[in-house]
Design a protein around this ligand. Structure first.
Ligand code: PGA
Length: 251
């Protein structure tokens, strides 16, 4: 299994900044063969970055997608448009979308279906808040998000999804889950997937960790058995730190 290292640029970088940054990555990033690297610029920069990445090993992702194929949905972007712009992946259900834009499990489920129907590979985000963790509800929350999110997905499509476990309390806060805390949830997710889809398919699904990943903690996180990659926010905005993350050495 190739590990998946994805940079979520959020609402940072103008088109020109994204273009220059992507050029730098293409020129200098040395990607080990057992790894897949993805970057997710904001919508306006997708086509420009796609042109820069063409022919390189770095793949393009969008940060969001609408659940309908087309229509009068002012301000929204469809899966077909993202494919057309050169995306292979799309981030779905990020905690910022859930918390700040009211995305529900039901909407996220429809977005996953819409993405898969057009051949976009979703990076499906789940994660508990600090309040949920403190009341001991982490695994209940994760179970609900996964069950609801995946409930209408055909078995044949499951293999195209990567799940990103991102504890909300670790995103942008500098507080990373310890590798053990992350592994506990990742193993739980793997077991839940195994119960639902069988051992073989569950074993092939990549489960990424996200939340204050940086060049200093990536190696320990990636050494855990069920951590198959990372979704990186802040540290992916800097070429040096993103490159070190991509080149992590397992400990
Ligand atoms: P962070 O963000 O690495 O800045 O914590 C991760 C994410 O939101 O995907």
């Amino acid at each position: 299994m190739q590990s998946l290292l994805a940079g979520n640029w959020k609402m940072f970088k103008t088109v020109r900044e994204a273009e220059l940054f992507a050029r730098g990555l293409v020129a200098e990033l040395d990607i080990p063969p057992d790894r897949e690297v993805v970057v997710a610029p904001a919508f306006p920069a997708l086509c420009t970055v796609a042109a820069v990445l063409r022919g390189s090993a770095i793949k393009l992702a969008a940060q969001n997608v609408h659940d309908q194929a087309q229509g009068a949905f002012t301000g929204e972007v469809s899966a077909g448009m993202l494919i057309d712009a050169g995306c292979e992946y799309v981030i779905v259900g990020h905690s910022e979308r859930r918390a700040l834009f009211g995305e529900t499990d039901a909407l996220i489920s429809r977005k996953l279906s819409a993405a898969l129907a057009r051949g976009l590979k979703p990076i499906f985000c789940v994660g508990e808040t600090l309040a949920a963790r403190e009341r001991g509800a982490t695994l209940t929350v994760i179970t609900g998000q996964i069950k609801e999110g995946l409930k209408n997905i055909d078995l044949g499509d499951i293999g195209n999804i990567a799940i990103a476990y991102e504890p909300v309390w670790a995103i942008g806060t500098g507080k990373t889950a310890t590798p053990e805390q992350a592994q506990e949830v990742h193993a739980f997710i793997r077991n839940a997937l195994q119960d639902a889809y069988g051992k073989e398919l569950a074993g092939e699904l990549r489960i990424l960790y996200g939340g204050s990943v940086n060049s200093g903690n990536i190696a320990n996180l990636m050494s855990e058995k069920d951590i198959n990659g990372a979704l990186v926010g802040g540290a992916s905005l800097d070429a040096g730190s993103f490159s070190e993350i991509v080149k992590y050495k397992e400990v």
